[in-house]
Design a binder for this molecule. Sequence first.
Ligand SMILES: *Cc1c(COP(=O)(O)O)cnc(C)c1O
Length: 420
Amino acid sequence: MRLNSKWNRRSFLGSVGMIATTIMAPRKLFSLNGRSAGASAPVKGFGQTGNPFEELGVATVINCEGTMTVLGGSLPHPELEAVMTMAGRHFVSVHDLEVGAGKRIAEMLKLPDGYTALVTSGAAAAIQSGLAGILTGGNEAFIRQLPDLTGMKSEVIIQKSHRNPFDHQLRSTGIKLIEIETVDQLRAAVNERTAMMHFSNYANATGQIKAEEWVKLANQYKIPCMNDAAADTPPVSHLWDYTNMGFDLVTFSGGKAIRGPQCAGLLIGRKELVTNALANNSPNEDTLGRSQKVGKEEIVGMVKALELFLAEDHEALAKEWQGRLEAISREVKKIPGVSTSFFVPDIANHVPHMGIVWDEARISLTPEQASKLLRSSKPSIAMGAGEGRPGLAMNSFMLQPGEDKIVAEQLSRLLREHAA
Ligand SMILES: *Cc1c(COP(=O)(O)O)cnc(C)c1O
């Protein structure tokens, strides 16, 4: 429930924020971490200022919310952009490239024998194509026929608390979701129409049936099972933990904390299922997934992103992110009535977070008002109220160098302005 409302709130804030944003003062955003590194041609006309967003009158945002698709997900490494630029200079069989990239990714992640990976246009696409492949198998007539399920299985079992906006991708294949809560209800729901058992990784704690038991039950009934772990790296080990646990298919976002291409994701799983998923996806025409095109640039970009992500010192990064939060904390705590606390969500955006609360008798501002004012300020700062906690909540892993200082200043100014 909480996560569902969080999603709604986030997408709501996202669209309101986009309308409400104002044009901010020019900032050297793009030169901060050498992002122009891969570009070879000098840019004239559109893009010549180095900030095409501002040229369109759309404010760039300092991101204290994390890897939110409505804010642009994450920022890729310059080295990744360089490899994507190289990919844009040649023609290639996209089908062969998908197979080759999948093989390389399987090696990098040391997946079990018989497993491979597919680069999709995002985790959402991986969910749809993975299920489509299970439904159609290699049957070409079935592939052309989807989402008309005549002759195919037609039900997917899911725990009630695992329902979320992304199960639209499951429903888009034409299947019906069968909601259950207990093991007994699951046993009663399994029948000859059951195509798959779906698991939403973030909801592991809220569902009665946990990941390992879900896999065991699926194996017992010989039903393929999928785990949507889109936002659940870090830790990096999640990239192989769930296939090792026995899930047949696992999905990840490329454009969240992995910092891959924004329009990329991963479907990891058993070779036959992944092959059938690709058969239902672009570049194949007359398929349900043809609208989820993934380009040669994204495919090689995803391979590079994983190489970079695996090589990163994740502990040092977490320390740096915590340090940024503490620097902001020291500043805002100078204001009478303001206090901070630190936490790490168990799953999804599993990185240091900070809660900021204040005595509303001394500072006449609700967290929601503060969030809105920060978003419409110059520069615009995206920082959510709530997360099921009082006050504002923020993380720092999507901040660019120097932005923690701007956040500390702006937030302090805002709170002081409203102090009695
Ligand atoms: C973000 C997310 C998705 C969608 O991922 P994309 O890569 O943006 O397609 C799916 N499921 C969950 C749980 C997510 O958090």
